[in-house]
Design a binder for this molecule. Structure first.
Ligand code: NAP
Length: 523
């Protein structure tokens, strides 16, 4: 990795461009060394959006699903070729361990490949035929058929700092396959990794002009000038989502706005689980993974752990035993389990969050005190100890409202009843994912029905799947990613459902034979 800071450029109107003004500085979170600068002041975003609409959109819409899918497959291939380099960049810009870097970088290429395969299966069509034609009048020839056509605008993708690779490319995969060009904007904090990935794709020179643009950080008020066929896919905090929802295009022109926001995801341990059985170990492993993986900076991490009072002492003891062994430090060292959080701002935010939660509970392990990362320069780096707080009162609002976006979770004791556990889960007002650990079918059935409306995904660990290595926080391309209420109310991925955001649903009604002939379909 280079030692002189890189000056990030934006890729707009098929040209690399640099802003002219005050630069933003990006730091290595493990060493606090300056690694890059970026500036977007003065760049013409409106021209870039127009270029995408008028040059990129027609090019993608002229392609079949199979051809668009092939672009995604090629993107995955050129990125995968530079995998080792990208893992190093991820370490330096995210403070990610090798495992955490793979989670992000391989997550991006795997999602691109998956959507590439969907494209191949969808074949030679250029738009989607949705369901079957249905008779709408006494005359049997008079039918209605739903179609989904690519919107004739641009997709503006705004991403959070924690997944600069996967976050950008899972969105690009869906938009491209649908037939919509993209302007992608990472969080300034970790823009270096996205920049390097876009650079690899641009240098490989296989994308049609205008289909992919990149803003290296601050997009100023670009969102204000979006047009009726445009789409915004946002990932970040609920506060920013609320602000962007007020933008002119979203309010007055029905610009589609999809938000993936904060979420106080729940993990509920059922009262039937016994200490030492498979479900017990899977529960502990998953909780520890969610605290430590990416230093807890995952939107899908379990933040609220509901534990039956009878199992509380055993859970506390087992978590302390596991977390005591976690080594925090410079992320490439093989014996380091957890790196730093990504920025000084994030460090301050996490520490104040820990203090705020601790006012309503007791710290079981960890806390907000400064941490010297192993093999990191003395006194440098944004390190936090893995932290568990046990709530004094599971009803306190703070545990259901304050997301501490770091290696932090809370234990909330409950009486073991489904009613109490699920009433508390609902206090989060919408989660991306909640997990349920039980082998009691009656308890589970009731819990699933109650939890379903508050979650985008439910992850059930019963006896026969307890040995699976999958964690609830892993987002898969073929499963829904999104959640109601506080989680943003959005939907991403979920297989080809992920294309819905980028397409317009239309019911065309008329003579079955005539419509079929005109559209080249058998209706
Ligand atoms: P954030 O501060 O809300 O920023 C998110 C993105 O919005 C960044 O790219 C930011 O750009 C951009 N942004 C801010 N103001 C904007 C404006 N006026 N116009 C256009 N873009 C604007 O969130 P974050 O700190 O990056 O990420 C952490 C949060 O994201 C956590 O709350 C986490 O729960 C959430 N998250 C959710 C998911 C999910 O899938 N649900 C996934 C990951 C993270 P700059 O950085 O350049 O300011």
């Amino acid at each position: 990795m280079q030692t002189t800071p890189i000056q990030l450029q934006s890729y707009l109107c098929d040209q690399w461009q640099t802003g002219n003004g005050e630069v933003e500085e990006l730091y290595n979170p493990s060493t606090e060394n300056l690694i890059a600068t970026t500036c977007t002041t003065g760049l013409d975003f409106d021209a870039a959006f127009d270029h995408a609409r008028t040059v990129g959109g027609p090019a993608l819409r002229a392609m079949t699903f199979a051809e668009r899918g092939a672009l995604l497959t090629k993107m995955a291939a050129v990125l995968h070729e530079k995998r080792e380099y990208l893992l190093e960049v991820s370490r330096d810009c995210n403070g990610a361990t090798r495992g955490d870097s793979k989670f992000d970088v391989d997550g991006a290429t795997m999602t691109l490949s998956t959507y590439g395969r969907y494209g191949a299966k969808m074949g030679d069509q250029k738009f989607q035929v949705d369901g079957q034609a249905s008779k709408i009048a006494a005359n049997a020839r008079h039918v209605g058929q739903h179609f989904r056509l690519p919107r004739e605008g641009v997709a503006f993708h705004i991403n959070a700092f924690n997944f600069p690779a996967w976050g950008a490319f899972e969105k690009i995969a869906c938009a491209f396959l649908a037939g919509v060009p993209v302007v992608t904007k990472p969080s300034s904090t970790t823009a270096l990794l996205t920049y390097e990935m876009i650079k690899i794709i641009v240098e490989a020179d296989f994308l049609p002009k205008g289909t992919l643009s990149f803003i290296a950080g601050d997009s100023a008020d670009a969102i204000e000038n979006l047009q009726a066929q445009d789409v915004v896919a946002f990932t970040g905090s609920a506060t920013t989502a609320a602000k962007l929802r007020q933008s002119t295009g979203v309010l007055h022109k029905s610009v589609r706005f999809n938000a993936e926001a904060d979420s106080l995801n729940a993990a509920v341990l059922g009262p039937d689980v016994s200490v030492g059985n498979d479900i017990w170990y899977r529960f502990l492993n998953n909780v520890v993974t969610d605290i430590t993986q990416k230093a807890g900076q995952k939107c899908t991490a379990s933040r609220r752990i509901f534990v039956p009072e009878g199992l509380l002492e055993a859970v506390k003891e087992a978590l302390v035993e596991r977390l005591e062994g976690i080594v925090v430090g410079y992320p490439t060292d093989r014996d380091v389990d957890m790196g730093p959080v990504v920025s000084a701002k994030q460090l301050a935010d996490v520490r104040s969050g820990i203090d705020a939660l601790a006012e309503h509970g007791s710290i079981l392990i960890g806390g907000s005190a400064p941490v010297n990362g192993k093999n990191a320069p003395e006194g440098k780096g944004y390190f936090v100890a893995p932290t568990v707080i046990v709530a004094n009162d599971a009803d306190s609002d703070i545990f259901h409202q304050r997301e501490v976006f770091g290696p932090v979770t809370t234990i909330l004791p409950y009486d073991g009843t489904v009613e109490r556990a699920l009433a508390l889960v609902a206090r989060g007002e919408g989660c991306l994912v909640s997990s349920l650990y039980t082998n009691d079918r009656k308890w589970l059935k009731e819990a699933l029905l109650k939890a379903a409306v508050w979650n985008g995904r439910l992850f059930v660990v019963s006896a026969k799947v307890a040995d699976s290595a999958l964690t609830p926080s892993t987002v898969l391309a073929n499963q829904n990613h999104g959640g109601p209420g506080r989680a943003g109310g959005g939907l991403e991925l979920g297989g080809t459902r992920g294309l819905d955001l980028y397409t317009n649903l239309v019911a065309i009604q008329g003579d079955r034979a005539l419509l079929g002939k005109l559209l080249g379909l058998t209706l």
